[in-house]
Design a binder for this molecule. Structure first.
Ligand SMILES: Nc1ncnc2c1ncn2[C@@H]1O[C@H](COP(=O)(O)OP(=O)(O)OP(=O)(O)O)[C@@H](O)[C@H]1O
Ligand SMILES: [Mg+2]
Length: 457
């Protein structure tokens, strides 16, 4: 760590002088001020990592000074200094998160050393926690969600409103890979709950009883294997968010228990007698059509209506093709960084294939295709040879497409043109003759005949 900077604020010359001497010996950079006003000016010029503040100062007192300092830099830590008679004030000040300790005058220099070291350690830890939290939040910043199409802009708009609101239950629906997870985490990490827990569970992955104890927790002795008390997700996520993924797969008996938690905001652990109150936001997601599940009796209607108050539907990628190219560019950026590559763009043929593909696996499939292409490509653009076979197979030029060829006045050798097209089809299909023959709208046999003719077998 660079030399820590400490600002000592005290109206007694002797204290400022002796602190400066002692703290400089410990290799800290020391600034001093004899009043709150001077401290604020010094702070503006050269903000320190830690402030040692006398509680009693002429003019603006210690606490007022600290409040002003916080307006300049909210995470500044302080140690209050006080004479024995005013210890109470210093102790009161410690209720503030930024006041980490206090020193009683006359100050013992050994104690000063320990208290300053501890405070700076807290400062470093808080800085680290903040940077880790920011890092965790980063993927869920709005710039990282691509929403070019009108449909996604609307989704985006709803998400922004939900974030600003106090909505406690949100349902996110959409096919697999459309971005439900991304939206759920964005709602949490962009909301005021962002520093509190985000607990997620996949309702399809666990048998019913296990899912119940994961959600509600259990008391010691609730069942044979319950050797210890275990807190469930609802309890652990207090003041945060619970993400219930694949809610459509939850069994009806558990659905009833979930509805009770949503309505009452309290629940009992399995085998427990006491109600546990929680403050949680619930985000449920599913790739199934919940309404249809209600009609077929697999999903409780009352829970569906409770969940469906604020619902976000993410359309499949094939219904919002304007997002495809911006997503490609976005993932190029991401994977270039991850793999230290510099693939700037895609070739026009690859672009045509990607823009026309049906994307049954939605954004996830597109992301995987780009990742693969970046790994395989050593040029600064990638082309169709870097795309997986199923995309090439799927790609058929529109039949009515007008072929943009003009016969030159001198005529041409039609065999040469045919040979060139056969070669291109083979290369596009990465040597797969069945795929290549389809690209030329030929049967496999007539394609093979041409291969023989042009000595390409
Ligand atoms: N609009 C978008 N912008 C950027 N990345 C996106 C977008 N939508 C989805 N992604 C990315 O695509 C991948 C798949 O998204 P996600 O996991 O959120 O899908 P899902 O709907 O939860 O799928 P499943 O139903 O299979 O759980 C993730 O890596 C996600 O970050
Ligand atoms: Mg998901």
């Amino acid at each position: 760590m660079a030399k820590a900077k400490i600002l000592v604020v005290d109206d007694e010359d002797l204290i400022r002088w002796s602190f400066e001497k002692e703290l400089s010996k410990l290799k800290y950079e020391v600034l001093t001020a004899e009043s709150g006003e001077e401290a604020i000016n010094k702070f503006k010029e050269n903000p320190p990592d830690l402030v040692l503040l006398d509680v009693k100062l002429p003019g603006m007192d210690g606490l007022e000074t600290l409040k002003e300092i916080h307006k300049l830099k909210g995470d500044t830590l302080a140690i209050m200094m006080t004479a024995a008679a005013t210890v109470e004030n210093a102790v009161k000040a410690m209720k503030m998160r930024s006041v980490v300790d206090y020193l009683c005058k006359p100050v013992d220099f050994e104690e000063l050393k320990v208290v300053v070291e501890n405070a700076l350690e807290i400062y470093e830890l808080r800085k680290e926690v903040k940077s880790l939290r920011d890092e965790k939040r980063k993927p869920y910043s709005f710039e990282n969600i691509i929403a070019n199409s009108e449909k996604m802009k609307q989704v985006f708009d709803t998400v922004s409103r939900v974030i600003q609101s106090k909505a406690g239950i949100i349902l996110v629906q959409g096919e697999s890979g459309t971005g439900k997870d991304l939206i759920a985490k964005t709602i949490h990490y962009r909301s005021e709950r962002c520093d509190n827990p985000f607990m997620e569970i996949n309702c399809a992955a666990l048998p019913e009883t296990l899912l119940e104890s994961e959600l509600f927790g259990y008391e010691k002795g609730a069942f044979t294997d319950a050797k210890f008390l275990k807190k469930g997700l609802f309890e652990l996520a207090d003041e945060g968010t619970v993400f219930l993924d694949e809610i459509g797969d939850m069994k009806p008996s558990l659905q009833a228990k979930l509805l009770k938690v949503i309505e009452n905001r309290y629940f009992k652990r399995v085998g427990g007698a006491n109600d546990i109150e929680v403050d949680i936001k619930i985000i449920a997601a599913t790739n199934k059509d919940l309404k249809k599940l209600v009609e077929s009796g697999e999903f409780r209607a009352d829970l569906y209506y409770r969940l469906n108050v604020i619902s976000i539907y993410i359309p499949p990628l094939r219904e919002r093709r304007e997002d495809i190219y911006p997503l490609i560019k976005h993932f190029l950026g991401e994977f270039n960084k991850n793999f230290k590559k510099n693939v700037k763009d895609i070739s026009p043929d690859a672009k045509e294939i990607l823009l026309n593909y049906n994307w049954p696996g939605n954004v996830r499939e597109l992301k995987n295709v780009i990742e693969r292409a970046i790994i395989l490509s050593f040029e600064d653009i990638f082309d169709q040879s870097h795309l997986p076979m199923e995309l090439l197979q799927d790609y058929k030029k529109e039949e009515e497409k007008i072929i943009d060829i003009t016969l030159p006045p001198d005529g041409i050798d039609i065999d040469k043109i045919e040979e060139e097209l056969v070669r291109q089809a083979l290369s596009l299909a990465q040597g797969n003759q069945t795929v290549a023959s389809r690209l030329l709208n030929l049967t496999r046999d007539s394609f093979r005949r041409r291969l023989k003719k042009y000595d390409l077998l």
